[in-house]
Design a protein around this ligand. Structure first.
Ligand code: UN1
Length: 498
């Protein structure tokens, strides 16, 4: 067993313990006896220091030319690439996802670095004619200030990169408050930003508990923007607090994503998509497929195919190459998944396969849950409406394409969606009528790429999109600039009218 990493906060270019010296532990979810890291339990005074450091650094960082800011981020991408395997191993150990997926997590961060770095030479504004003569009009993007980034444990490298990289290229300074469960991954990531030579205070890291360090950041009067990915419950608090304190806020919350399989679909392809979408990352993605909406003509056949494939999935530690499905992140989440199985049974759903905590043999020290298929689910059941965040998929039978779309849309959430069909008219109708931020045709609900907007409608978010050029809209303010070179006072709307 490796010695636990001793993680610290990173404030003003220095690695520090929390003022109160208190620490917490992150553990390997595949073997809870293994402590992966200890990390500071930061409090309000630690947050105060981090905010002061970010505020001070902002004064000069905002004036560094954007292409030069972007070069630091490019360098972060190059260093990430060199450390890809080492970081992936750590992700597997601390968060539990299989190594192939962990490599994908780091790759998403690398992609984001190179994409965001390119934006440093764009950050396009507009020029537009003025209604007055000898007057010039344009728009420019301005940074917002100090950004608090509150990130989840399911993509411990990719999501902090999605947020921090565009924020920094745009000229903001940041404070990352990572999820408790993946403190070591966050520390290693920030070490890479440090190696890239970012000036002190431009990026800061504050570890700790959401209710303490996270809350202090969200409430802090000198934080200008909060970007949060996590549960709807915490998101509601973040949104309300930012509303009260007039902060910019970008929220990415729950999902109840569905994949539709029509009777004309390529069933093998739809099966590959369903298994990957539902059970990849142990169902712990905001984009995970948690409902399968199946046309009645293929329902029985597809269910048998799904059953057979699911029965072959192997549970295990992420860094064991035989593993298909890793552990659930922690005890609380494991109990949450288990609770939804009780609810499913009470509501009359049928557990086709799985449905239990797995603890046999090498799984005994981990938080494992069997990949689970729930049959006979109706759209009104809680298991068809609430986010479970585990390896559980609910089957819903429909009689028509219209019914499938209506049921897919019958949700408080709207992040990702998918339709398997060979009918081009249905595909385009789905693209138009599905209420979600992301729609896949003949692909699973997971697998977003960094150069496209990422986010959802309804209660999934608050209208913002991460990634793509839309990330720039989160991390900048527009300024309209008028330059009058006439040498005299020109009154708009008045002097140019008779
Ligand atoms: C998330 O689960 O919060 O599209 C992010 C995907 C990944 C990102 C998921 N690229 O599944």
């Amino acid at each position: 067993m490796t010695t636990p990493l001793s993680c610290r906060n990173y404030i003003n270019g220095q690695w520090l313990n929390a003022v109160g010296e208190a620490t917490l532990e992150s553990r390997n979810p595949a073997d809870k006896t293994e402590i992966v890291a200890t990390y500071p339990r930061s409090q309000v005074n630690d947050v105060d220091t981090a905010v002061a450091s970010a505020r001070k650094a902002y004064r000069s960082w905002r004036t560094v030319p954007a292409p030069a800011r972007a070069e630091y981020i490019f360098r972060v991408g190059e260093i990430l690439l060199q450390h890809k395997e080492e970081l992936a191993q750590l992700i597997s150990r601390e968060m539990g996802k299989p190594l192939t997926e962990a490599r994908g997590d780091v790759q998403e961060g690398i992609d984001c670095a190179f994409y965001s770095a390119g934006e440093g030479r764009r950050l396009f504004g507009q020029t537009t004619p003025s209604e007055m003569s000898n007057k010039f009009a344009m728009t420019v993007r301005m940074p917002i200030g100090v950004c608090a980034l509150i990130t989840p444990w399911n993509f411990p490298v990719a999501i902090p990169c999605w947020k921090a990289m565009p924020a920094l290229v745009c000229g903001n300074t940041v404070i990352l408050k990572p999820a408790e469960d993946t403190s070591a991954c966050a520390t290693k990531l920030i070490e890479i930003f440090q190696q890239a030579g970012l000036p002190p205070g431009v990026i800061n890291l504050v570890h700790g508990v959401g209710e303490e360090a996270g809350k202090a950041l969200v409430e802090h009067p000198n934080v200008d923007l909060v970007s949060f990915t996590g549960s709807s419950e915490t998101g509601a608090f973040v949104g309300a607090t930012c509303g009260r304190t007039h902060k910019r806020v970008c929220l990415e919350m729950g999902g109840k994503n569905a994949q539709i399989v029509m009777e004309d679909a390529d069933l093998e392809l739809a099966l590959d998509g369903a298994v990957w979408g539902a059970f990849g990352t142990t169902g712990q993605r905001c984009t995970a497929t948690s409902r399968l909406i199946l046309h009645r003509d293929i329902k029985e056949k597809f269910t048998t195919m799904l059953y057979e494939r699911t029965s072959k999935l192997r549970l295990g530690a992420g860094n064991d190459t035989d593993t298909d499905i890793g552990p659930i992140i922690n005890e609380k989440q494991l109990q949450q998944v288990s609770k939804y199985l009780d609810i499913a049974r009470e509501e009359g759903a049928k557990v086709l396969i799985g449905g239990e905590i797995a603890s046999e043999g090498s799984l005994k020290n981990g938080y494992f849950f069997q990949p689970t298929i729930l049959d006979r689910v109706t759209p009104d059941m809680r298991v068809a409406r609430e986010e479970i965040f585990g390896p559980v998929v609910a089957l819903i039978e429909v009689s028509s394409f219209e019914e499938a779309i209506a049921i897919l849309n019958d949700s408080n959430y709207g992040l990702s969606s998918s339709v398997y069909t060979r009918d081009i008219n249905r595909a385009f109708t789905a693209m138009r009528d599905i209420e979600a931020g992301i729609t896949y045709i003949n692909g699973p609900t997971i697998g977003a790429e960094v150069h496209l907007p990422f986010g959802g409608v309804k209660q999934t978010g608050n209208g913002h999109r991460e990634a793509g050029t839309t990330a720039l809209d989160v991390f900048t303010e527009w300024k309209s600039v008028y330059v009058d070179f006439s040498g005299s006072l020109q009154r708009a709307q008045i002097d140019n009218r008779s």
